[in-house]
Design a protein around this ligand. Sequence first.
Ligand code: UD1
Ligand code: CA
Length: 462
Amino acid sequence: MESLAVIVLAAGLGKRMKSDLPKILHSLGGRPLISYPLGVCRILNPERVVVVVGHGADQVKATCNDQNVQWVNQAEQLGTGHAVKCTREVLDGFPGDLLILSGDVPFITEKSLSAFLGRHRDAKAAVSLLTAYVDRPTGYGRVLRDAEGKITRIVEEKDASGAEKKIKEVNAGIYAVSAKFLFSALDDLNNQNRQGEYYLPDIVRIAHRDGKTVGDLRVDDPREMLGVNTREELAMMERAMQEKINRKWMEAGVTLKDPQTTYIDAGVQIGKDTIIGPNTHLMGGTVVGERCRIDGNAYITNSRFGKESHLKFSVVIADSDVGEKAEIGPFSHLRPGTVLKNNVRVGNFVEVKNSTIGVGTKASHLTYIGDSTLGEETNIGAGTITCNYDGFEKHQTTIGDRVQIGSNTQLVAPVAVGDDAYVGAGSTITKDVPKGSLAISRAEQKHVKGWVQKFRDKHRKK
Ligand code: UD1
Ligand code: CA
């Protein structure tokens, strides 16, 4: 097997995005654009992966955090040809082929890349390019062929004549090229064109001029080579990505009641026979178990749900870990660091943050639980608040097993309530409650006999 190195071009700002963020860090399916070419090229087992960075280089490196990537800096963005030239410092003398990918072309599949490289090698081509027929070629480089159908050169949109602009076969921006030919051809490039840039596709013209073989493969599905250059294209790609992801989960046995309004990131996992209602967002590395129900209006980030959990209508959940058969919502907010064990019930207008709630414990209504540890089979009455913040520091509340916290209780942290304790409704608890006792801290109730009659008589006499 011949050696292979992959180059990913990612130094451009992406002017047409009108953004401070480098284009390839814009998110698609919950992942930065660059993660797609970096992921898909691994199928070819390249010996090396080299990424050319420039705009926001530090940010790009930090976001990717990929140990198996070599970074090359392109200080000034003088064009795609110049970008590849910058890899000479690490790839000079490389014995095999190079596969060049664009950081902004996320849909290319493993299947097409393998077929493309195979064809390049079978043809013993100096350079091969991936092409596609598209109805709207605007913006892409057009593929020019001679009478025999051989590719002679690529012409960029901005340099194309009226007739050339009508050509519907476009350059996908993906190349396979022998390293030896590439680096000699790059020395031949010039920037005598409308954009004053060194164009990588010009190596095709050079190969043709020198009588070398130019290979090509046309992708069957032109959507695979779509690039992201504008916000509008990004939105269109996001829709296409969502359709693809949703189809995958439906095929895997997940019911999506309204796929049009279901947004599932590429990194999400969902168990079979889970039913998902409209306007559900499952983001980041969220994992949903089997036979769960998500009624709808759910905004969920990096969270895990055990099997048969039920998220009732309208919940916001982030960085939380939920066990099996839990019931959450409607209108619950689980913030980072929430751990709900099996069979926990968190009801309407309940917020939980950085807290662990034990098996079978319920907080059904209007409650805030922050920086707390709750035991098993405990009941938290409506309107209970853990007062965890003194303006400077956060403090812990600990509640044991089988505890009954009466409604409208404030637990002023740091404080602990022992196992089997009861707290009377309306109490403000500032001292630890021993296990098995009743704590009550409200003023005793008095009755003033005949008070109402006297009060009314006084007013009626006026
Ligand atoms: C490029 C091709 C065009 C092709 C299209 C396919 C050129 C000159 N044109 O056009 O034929 O149809 O891709 O999507 O190559 N980059 C750098 N350094 C630079 C310039 C660009 O790293 O100096 C990177 C960009 O970050 C991007 C990629 O190269 O990831 C492609 O650049 P872009 O400006 O998007 O090229 P297109 O105009 O789309
Ligand atoms: Ca592009």
